[in-house]
Ligand binder design. Structure first.
Ligand code: PGA
Length: 261
């Protein structure tokens, strides 16, 4: 069962996850982080940056792999996930940019980009902790409904709903790319620890479907039920449709400190 942790807000959730990442890096200085983009994980990166500034830790050997990238944006486009990861993660945390990979959405080399990304993750020894958001469609990464639980990094077509949700980052909705390259659900499930964050009422349905719904490709988030170590960090609004919420809160309140998340 995924562990569901209800926090007051993104700030509290971000601090909790940043603490777990810090502990991981302390124990394993060449830890491999799975990095999500979007608004949801920002409090994690901000809390970790603050923690590293206040109490430095050697992060020079930390590696990172982003979940996904748009296809066909020009190099250096500010909304490419390469740019976002550089701005939100690599620079604030002081990571070595050479150690942080993002799937390559360049059209000319798209055919081989997926398998190459998979090889790079495997060569790094796999992802230790995978940060995840969840879309209103239930997507993890850009694995839209219907994505195979065995899928690996590949090109996908974004749903109209996801393109509309991401239009806020672009000048016009038509500028949101139609295609993306994303780690598959199978790739994500290979990470050793999944940490899924969701805040706000708009995510309540996707969270309930992921945690408690039937396991189905129609709800890609439900793939987390197949993983042995999942932490779901939600605020009250995102937790609102969980049938077993009382139990999750009771279990968290009575958990031993040594267990961490
Ligand atoms: P968001 O996106 O964090 O910006 O809401 C999450 C997602 O689409 O996976």
């Amino acid at each position: 069962m995924a562990e569901v942790i209800v926090v007051e807000d993104g700030t509290e959730g971000g601090a909790l996850v940043a603490g777990a990442i810090r502990d991981l890096i302390s124990a394993k200085p060449d830890a491999v982080l799975g990095l999500a983009t979007g608004s949801t994980p920002l409090p994690v990166y901000r809390a970790l940056a603050r923690s590293l500034a206040a109490d430095p830790l050697d992060v020079s050997r930390v590696r990172g792999f982003a979940l996904d990238e748009y296809v066909g944006l020009p190099a250096g486009h500010p909304e490419s996930y390469r740019s976002v990861i550089t701005r939100d993660v690599v620079e604030p945390l002081g990571l070595d940019p050479a150690h942080v990979a993002v799937p390559d959405g360049t059209l000319a080399t798209l055919e081989t980009a997926g398998p190459e990304y998979e090889r790079a993750i495997t060569a790094a020894g796999g992802v230790d902790i995978q940060i995840l958001g969840i879309g209103r469609t239930g997507h993890l990464g850009f694995n839209e409904p219907g994505s195979s639980f065995g899928s690996l990094t590949r090109v996908k077509t974004l749903t109209a709903k996801t393109r509309a949700d991401n239009a806020r980052f672009f000048d016009s909705p038509a500028d949101v790319p139609m295609h993306c390259i994303t780690q598959g659900l199978g790739t994500i499930l290979r990470a050793r620890h999944l940490v899924l964050l969701a805040f706000g009422a708009a995510k309540a349905h996707a969270v309930a479907a992921a945690v408690e719904g039937p396991i189905t490709a129609s709800q890609p988030g439900s793939a987390i039920q197949l993983h042995p170590h999942v932490s779901v960090i939600v605020d009250k609004a995102a937790a609102a449709e969980l049938a077993n919420l009382d139990y999750y809160m009771y279990a968290w309140a009575n958990k031993h400190d040594w267990q961490g998340i």
